[in-house]
Write a protein that binds this ligand. Structure first.
Ligand code: 5GP
Ligand code: ZN
Length: 114
C-alpha cells in the first residue's frame, strides 16, 4: 500500500527502531510510548486490521502473537504485559495497518469508554 505509514516503515522509507524482523513480521518501538515498554508488531503484508482477517491468515496471526510473547520475554516483562489491537475509529485505531501493541514495564491501567 503506497501511502500506508507502516508499509513505508516496512520498506524502510520511514526510519524505525527495529527489534525483530523476518520475511513476514516486523517489530519496532512505538514513537509515542504509552508504557515503559511499547513495541508494535506488524505483518509486512498490508492487512487493514483485525476486522479484515480471514482463515488464510491463521498461521500469520499465530506468528505475530508468538513474536509478541518472545519480545515480552526478551524485555523481561516477568510481572506481566498486555497485547492490544485497536480496530477502526471507536476502537482507537489511528494507523490502518494491522498491529499488535506490546505494553509493559509497569502497572497498566483499565480499559473502557473515555
Ligand atoms: P493505533 O492508534 O492505530 O492503535 O496505534 C498506532 C501507533 O503507531 C500509535 O501508538 C503511534 O504512537 C504509533 N506511531 C504512529 N506513527 C509512528 C511512526 O512514524 N513510527 C513509530 N515507530 N510509531 C508510530
Ligand atoms: Zn500498510
Amino acid at each position: 500500500m503506497k501511502d500506508c505509514l507502516f508499509c513505508k516503515i516496512v520498506r524502510g522509507e520511514i526510519p524505525s527502531e527495529k527489534l525483530y524482523e523476518d520475511d513476514e513480521v516486523l517489530a519496532f518501538r512505538d514513537i509515542n510510548p504509552a508504557a515503559p515498554v511499547h513495541i508494535l508488531v506488524i505483518p509486512k503484508e498490508h492487512i487493514d486490521g483485525a476486522d479484515t482477517l480471514t482463515s488464510s491468515h491463521e498461521g500469520l496471526i499465530a506468528k505475530l502473537i508468538l513474536t509478541v510473547q518472545r519480545l515480552a520475554e526478551e524485555q523481561k516483562l516477568v510481572q506481566g504485559w498486555r497485547i492490544v489491537t485497536n480496530i477502526r475509529e471507536h476502537g482507537g485505531q489511528t494507523v490502518r495497518h494491522l498491529h499488535f501493541h506490546l505494553l509493559g514495564g509497569g502497572q497498566l491501567g483499565d480499559f473502557g469508554l473515555k
